[in-house]
Write a protein that binds this ligand. Structure first.
Ligand code: AMP
Ligand code: MG
Length: 339
């Protein structure tokens, strides 16, 4: 009798142990137990790096990525007087031309011109005087028409050219690379991880997301914030690799006399672009292109943006100021959360 109760005791003890082992074995190898994720505040935003196939060097590799992004602040920070961009802007202001010191700045300058041309100037890297006037980084202010006209006189991508280390512009012009630099830096970060042999990762900066996956057929889900409500507007399951970028009027804005004024400016008027509240562009494009295009397509307004996406093989999720959703192409590549 005593033998039987001893057996039962061992048997009952073994059950939770078996359940625990089963649980561990099911999760071993799944993304739940082995993904590596790290988030830091850098380039004026939260950046998350998630590695789905980590190894013993991953922590070191990811911190190398963040050191690189931190270094890029010295190049592209619009507000620090010490950055390369500020030095370029000082030279432009006084002489109308400037020396491009770093390889990264040369690449972004060339890419900016290419994208300004491609979008008919909806993306324009020369709006620095205008963005200073609106001061959205400090809560924003409503400039008067005269100030806006003066700032517009000092802008215009057609006035700049890049050759080698030199950028020619016009006196009084100020570059603002806020719509492209972050996407460019994230793309470089992705290159670092690819070189190190990672086959599945995500790099996300709130507005731009790079998904790289040559490892498996499982999708990486990317959420898009709703511009008017708490929660998500949509979820995009990304199969393979893609880059997504969102520009939205709820990121930096103020309201005055019942009207919303936000940080995405129409270079033709000098005022915040109207018609769109949130625009996400997705495709097999690089981070800099995605970042600049989300800004440009936002500026274009809904119908021009959808036509642009169609002509250039891009996917678009667009939420208008009136609360309508447009998706191109109209297929089930996306899960809409709220209507
Ligand atoms: P994003 O959030 O990527 O759409 O970029 C918006 C930022 O880019 C703004 O905060 C400005 O610094 C700058 N910007 C605003 N309007 C434009 C525009 N039409 N073209 C290029 N840069 C812009
Ligand atoms: Mg952008």
């Amino acid at each position: 009798m005593e033998k039987v109760s001893k057996f039962l005791k061992i048997f009952y003890l073994a059950i939770p142990l078996a359940v625990l082992l089963l649980y561990l074995s099911l999760n071993y190898g799944s993304s739940f137990s082995k993904d590596f994720e790290s988030t830091h505040y850098v380039l004026d935003t939260f950046v998350t790096v998630k590695i789905f196939d980590p190894n013993r060097n991953t922590e070191k590799d990811v911190s190398e990525v963040f050191s690189f992004l931190k270094r890029m602040e010295d190049v592209f920070n619009f507000y620090s007087t010490e950055s390369e961009l500020s030095k370029i802007n000082e030279e432009l202001k006084s002489r109308g031309f400037a020396r491009l010191r770093s390889q990264e700045m040369r690449e972004v300058a060339a890419k900016s011109l290419e994208l300004a041309e491609m979008t008919g100037g909806a993306f324009d890297p020369t709006l620095g005087e205008l963005t200073r006037l609106w001061a959205f980084d400090r809560g924003g202010r409503l400039p008067d028409r005269k100030e806006i006209d003066a700032a517009l006189k000092n802008s215009g991508f057609e006035k700049i050219s890049v050759s080698g280390n030199e950028l020619k512009g016009s006196r009084g012009m100020t570059l603002d690379l806020g719509a492209i630099a972050k996407g460019f830096c994230l793309e470089k970060a992705a290159e670092i991880l690819k070189e190190k042999g990672y086959r599945k990762f995500l790099i996300n900066s709130v507005s731009t997301t790079i998904v790289y996956n040559t490892l498996d057929s499982k999708p990486v889900k990317v959420g898009i914030e709703h511009p008017r409500k708490r929660g998500l507007l949509a979820v995009v399951p990304v199969y393979g690799s893609a880059v997504l970028s969102t520009s939205a009027d709820n990121q930096k804005f103020f309201e005055f006399a019942g009207k919303r004024y936000h940080h995405i400016l129409d270079p033709r008027t000098g005022y915040p672009a109207r018609g769109t509240a949130s625009l996400t562009v997705a495709g097999s494009i690089d981070g800099a292109t995605a970042d600049a295009l989300s800004t440009a397509l936002f500026v274009m307004g809904p119908s021009r943006a959808l036509r642009f996406a169609k002509n250039n093989g891009l996917k678009v999720i667009l939420y208008t100021e009136e609360g309508k959703i447009f998706i191109y192409p109209q297929s089930n590549w996306i899960q809409i959360q709220e209507r």
